[in-house]
Design a protein around this ligand. Structure first.
Ligand SMILES: [Zn+2]
Length: 459
């Protein structure tokens, strides 16, 4: 047995060497200017990791590793030292560490002198402004910021979701909640999807969504696989993470890097009412669990995300009834925009019908809809209730969607919203949108946009 083990180890020593593709030697001396930062034991070898230093300062990006085979003591070197040229050994900082810290966002985690890859003496400041650690390099001679990079690592995982919801997927208006039972919805309503932008913590935390649970019950997976059925409270967490992340990815794909480009806080088991809300004070979305759990319907998630989008674009958006109505209308329309590529637009489940699944709990007629974006309402029908009056706005946007197409209409509305006032009237917001359409796409599209608002009596 012992002989056999040795033979195996010898064979594997060669494998270790070939894996690292580096030089193998017996106990080579460690070069000067290296600082040991970690030692790891694997089955076959001991791994020594060093950081490169110059005048006692870390050289950013420089590394050096020794992999020592346990059986043979054969040593494999991986030399990743940066050839720093132009660094003046006499270089001393001309600005104070506190000045460098002041140039970094948020609270400071670490601040140390270092040598950049191009040979400059810099302050390497690691800080956190609420979106994970960021490293800012500040020139120690001039105080100017040389670079800023996120240290967050994004990973992909898998998830099981409704997309957008079981009623639309199965074309079945007869589904019922049945008290959150798994048996109420057949397996064929679920889709397996890739969860992107996860931060690798094992929680549903990522670049664009952070699931929080006041009871401390959060889905967690070491392998980033989040496959649940609807009865599990974790299912709604996956639904929210996925739907919001896909929505923000779509926005960024349209060219907007500053529309709620942050991890949106979401709570899926906040309360038992059949309602959900966006709270601008804490920038958080909360979904209720009355009737069908609200976060089982992606269209409800996208509606609430619509509020987060607008609040990110215009601080405090929606301070009047008309502005608030625009908020509700936009949320419904945004749900439709996001559903357009994942649901079939049929007589059973029209695209204009919002929240086909959530609404089975509180509507008797079919198709079950929370609201629709194709109602024939005008400003003459206003009754002062923002969700109702919002249907005038969402119908105008629905017509714009049909004229310009999905991407152009989404781009137009997002771009326009940056210029809406928090207390805007519908007429003012419509005029901004028409001007923007002319600037972005020309007179022909501007005419179509004008016609859509005109048909609602808005302008
Ligand atoms: Zn709303």
């Amino acid at each position: 047995m012992r002989l056999r083990r040795l033979t195996t180890a010898a064979a594997c020593a060669a494998l270790v060497a070939s894996l690292f593709g580096a030089t193998t030697a017996q106990a080579a001396p460690v070069p000067d200017g290296l600082r040991l930062i970690a030692t790891h034991e694997s089955v076959l070898a001991t791994h020594y990791w060093y950081t490169q230093t110059l005048n006692g300062h870390t050289v950013l990006g420089g590394y050096y590793a020794r992999h020592v085979d346990k059986a043979t003591d054969a040593e494999t070197i991986d030399d990743g030292r940066v050839p720093v040229s132009g660094f003046a050994a006499s270089a001393t900082p001309q600005i104070a560490a506190s000045q460098a810290a002041g140039a970094a966002p948020g609270s400071i985690r670490r601040n140390e002198l270092a040598v950049s890859r191009d040979g400059k003496l810099v302050y390497s400041v690691v800080s956190d402004a609420g979106h994970g650690s960021v490293r800012t390099l500040v020139d120690a001679a001039t105080g100017s910021v040389l670079s800023s990079e996120s240290l967050i690592k994004n990973v992909d995982g898998t998830g099981r979701v409704f997309s957008p919801n079981p009623v639309a997927t199965l074309q079945n208006e007869n589904l019922v909640d049945d008290n959150d039972r798994n048996s109420a919805v057949p397996d064929s309503a679920y889709k397996s999807v890739r969860l992107t932008n996860l931060d690798g913590s094992g929680f549903l935390h990522g670049s664009f969504a952070t699931i929080i649970d006041p009871r401390g019950q959060q889905a967690r997976s070491r392998t980033n696989d989040f496959n649940y059925s609807r009865r599990s409270d974790f299912f709604e967490q996956v639904m929210s993470y996925y739907s919001i992340t896909e929505s923000e990815k779509y926005i960024q794909g349209l060219g907007f890097n500053d529309v709620n480009n942050e991890p949106q806080d979401v709570t899926t088991t906040g309360f038992t009412d059949d309602n959900s809300f966006y709270d601008p004070e804490v920038d958080g979305i909360t979904f209720g669990t009355g009737g069908v759990d609200d976060a089982e319907d992606a269209e409800v998630i996208w509606h609430e995300y619509g509020h987060a989008i607008q609040d990110a674009q215009v601080p405090g958006f929606g301070t009047t009834i008309e502005a608030g109505s625009i908020g509700e209308g936009f949320g419904d329309w945004w749900a439709m925009i996001m559903s357009a590529p994942v649901q079939r637009d049929t007589a059973v489940t029209p695209l204009a019908c919002i929240a086909d699944w959530d609404s089975v709990s509180y509507t008797d007629t079919t198709p079950h809809c929370l609201r629709r974006t194709d109602e024939n309402l005008t400003v003459a029908d206003f009754n002062g209730e923002v969700h109702h009056d919002g249907q005038v706005w969402s119908r105008a946007l629905f017509d714009i969607f049909n004229s310009l197409g999905r991407n152009k209409s989404a781009k137009l509305i997002l771009e326009s919203q940056f210029s809406y006032r928090p207390d805007t009237t519908m007429a003012a917001a419509a005029n901004v949108t028409v001007s923007m359409a002319r600037a972005m796409f020309g007179a022909r599209d501007a005419r179509a946009v004008t016609a859509a608002f005109h048909a609602r009596g808005i302008i």
